[in-house]
Design a protein around this ligand. Structure first.
Ligand SMILES: Cc1cc2nc3c(=O)[nH]c(=O)nc-3n(C[C@H](O)[C@H](O)[C@H](O)COP(=O)(O)OP(=O)(O)OC[C@H]3O[C@@H](n4cnc5c(N)ncnc54)[C@H](O)[C@@H]3O)c2cc1C
Length: 534
């Protein structure tokens, strides 16, 4: 194993981490960048350092915050970051996954397995699969940050993209290093790392099942009215059967038929407006065309449907459409715009991902003469059946949230500016349309900003409670959020405590608590008090 032969590390020679996370927060720690993460961790634990695992630093939820008192007993805090590379190094399949370096992959094409080091991105893992197996081979990790988030970070956050599959849906094993020999966790033990944010140790590598997908990628953009909840619910309900991902055996071909929808994503018209103001061509002019479609359709939202198919985008459209009404689930397709493989899909992604990215960026930048903006985004994943009534219940809760925020914006006018932008996931298997609220106030308006924060937080708690309430009916279930255990903690707090969580979430919460109780203190110092207390 790598670690046995590696020399001791002198932590006193390490530089301070000159790193900030995606939210602009500095990592208050020393920095060790290493290809042999297990050895770095073992040395840190041996020398009594608290360990803060770092990945692509794309998570913006204050993941790296900690209370200084909780590290008083340690020699210091060290951020350990797996070393990346321009591209993955393919190594022999005989190298055990526990011994993989952070930039290495090994592929077993016959078994349909790929093992990847923690410092790679999933874009790099897919590139390695394309070279070794074929262009249609890929892991089903589809975060919109697959080009920047790391394998270890994604497993640790339990992140989900438009497919709404947690890493564990296709994760065969993950290697955990917490001071001793790194060990491969499988089955239900994956709960010890997935979504745990590194509070139990560091992921050094992960073993995924990969799949073959149909060859043509397509996108379809449909303008819809956010106020017309029934129309949107009808659309989602009619598309639900196409979004079911029945996973075949590892290495198998994905699909329920010729077409699989791998995402239904929301982009609001206002976020598209800001995108047009900032983006460059060709995405800008295409986005302008989409704005025009919104205008003609009288719509304030776009549903961006994506998928893989054996068919062309026109044939897919035809198969999704009800020929009598010329609608998809009641939504007129007249103003829809289609995108197909290659450059067109790159433009599509630039728009779909660019709009939310701008909202995040805007929230990070302190405007001249103003206070640092405060921002919060919703993250509660709700699964619904193909039933437009059930889906409408969920969408109504978000509509109430938007109304409450707009009313608040009216009340605060002149003191605090309130920016609301909505984007994200509408697939019935994970309805999680992120609603980001950002507050701006002039210097000297600290009290007004603090009051506004509390008011927004109260609206958000009401939304979570509404969704939990909805989950008691109509076959709807709340499954947590894409930030792993922190999302669960937020849901539990808003819902009135851990005891009020639905049973499945209660079990996950309990397991997280037990995992933290069993983990070395070198890792648990950042975990929320709710989980550290008995
Ligand atoms: C443009 C953009 C798009 C995004 N899209 C999505 C999306 O579609 N879905 C989604 O869920 N999220 C999304 N995110 C958020 C973010 O990309 C994910 O949370 C991602 O999983 C974080 O990975 P990372 O490597 O950047 O982790 P970091 O931000 O570096 O770390 C996140 C947390 O994981 C811990 N950690 C990091 N590496 C390890 C490790 N090796 N072992 C143990 N713990 C570790 C850290 O200590 C920290 O607590 C997006 C972010 C951006 C900027």
């Amino acid at each position: 194993m790598n670690s046995d032969s590696a020399p001791p590390i002198d932590f006193s020679t390490l530089a301070r981490a000159d790193l900030v996370d995606d939210g602009g927060r500095a990592l208050d720690a020393l920095l060790l960048v290493t290809g042999d993460v297990a050895h770095g961790v073992a040395e840190a634990v041996r020398q009594n350092y608290a360990v803060m695992p770092a990945g692509g630093l794309t998570s913006a939820i204050g993941s790296f915050d900690y209370d200084a008192d909780s590290t008083a007993a340690f020699a210091g805090v060290v951020a350990i970051r797996p070393r990346g590379a321009a591209e993955a190094e393919l190594v022999d399949g005989t190298v055990p996954v526990e011994a993989l370096k952070s930039h290495q992959v090994s592929i077993d094409a016959v078994k349909g397995m790929v093992a990847a080091g923690a410092g790679l991105t999933f874009a790099q893992v897919n590139a390695a699969l394309a070279a070794a197996v074929g262009d249609d081979a890929r892991v089903l990790i589809d975060l919109t940050s697959i080009g920047s988030a790391y394998v270890g970070g994604v497993v640790a956050t339990g992140g989900m993209g438009p497919l709404r599959l947690r890493p564990s849906a296709t994760l065969e094993g993950a290697v955990l290093a917490d001071g001793g020999a790194p060990r491969l966790l499988t089955g239900s033990d994956l709960d010890l790392v997935e979504g745990m944010q590194g509070w139990t140790g560091m992921v050094t590598a992960a073993l995924f099942r990969f799949y073959r997908v149909p060859p043509n990628e397509f996108g379809l953009v449909l303008p819809v009215q956010g106020t017309d909840i029934d129309a949107l619910a009808g659309l989602l309900s009619s598309l639900e059967p196409w979004t079911r991902v029945n996973l075949p055996g590892a290495g198998g071909r994905l699909g329920n038929g010729e077409t699989v929808l791998n995402g239904i994503e929301l982009v609001s018209r206002d976020s598209l407006d800001s995108f047009v103001a900032h983006a460059a061509d060709p995405a800008r002019s295409k986005a302008q065309g989409l704005l025009q479609s919104c205008e003609y359709a009288g719509a304030d939202m776009l549903a961006c449907v994506t998928g893989w198919s054996e068919q062309s985008v026109d044939d897919v459209l035809f198969s999704l459409m009800d020929p009598e009404t010329e609608t998809i689930g009641g939504v007129m397709i007249e103003f829809g715009v289609g995108f197909s493989s290659g450059t067109e899909m790159e433009i599509f992604h630039a728009i779909r991902e660019g709009a939310p990215d701008l909202a995040r960026t805007r929230a990070r930048v302190r405007p001249e003469g103003r206070l640092k903006p405060w921002t919060t985004s919703t993250d509660i994943n709700v699964q619904a059946p193909a039933d437009s009534g059930a889906i409408a219940t969920i969408l109504s809760a978000y509509s109430d949230y938007r109304d409450a925020i707009r009313a608040l914006a009216g009340e605060l006018k002149g003191a605090v500016d309130v920016d609301l932008s909505a984007y994200g996931h509408l697939s019935p298997h994970g309805i999680d349309p992120h609603h980001r609220v950002t507050l701006f106030a002039d210097a000297g308006q600290e009290a007004a900003l603090a009051g506004a924060r509390q008011a927004v937080a109260a609206c958000k708690r009401a939304l979570i409670r509404d969704l939990l309430h909805a989950a008691e009916h109509e076959g709807i279930s709340v499954t947590g959020g894409e930030k792993g255990i922190p999302s669960l903690v937020e849901i539990a707090r808003a819902g009135g405590g851990f005891a009020r969580l639905p049973d499945a979430l209660k079990t996950r919460f309990e397991r997280a608590r037990a995992a933290i109780a069993a983990a070395p203190a070198n890792f648990t110092f950042r975990a929320p008090a709710d989980l550290r207390e008995g």
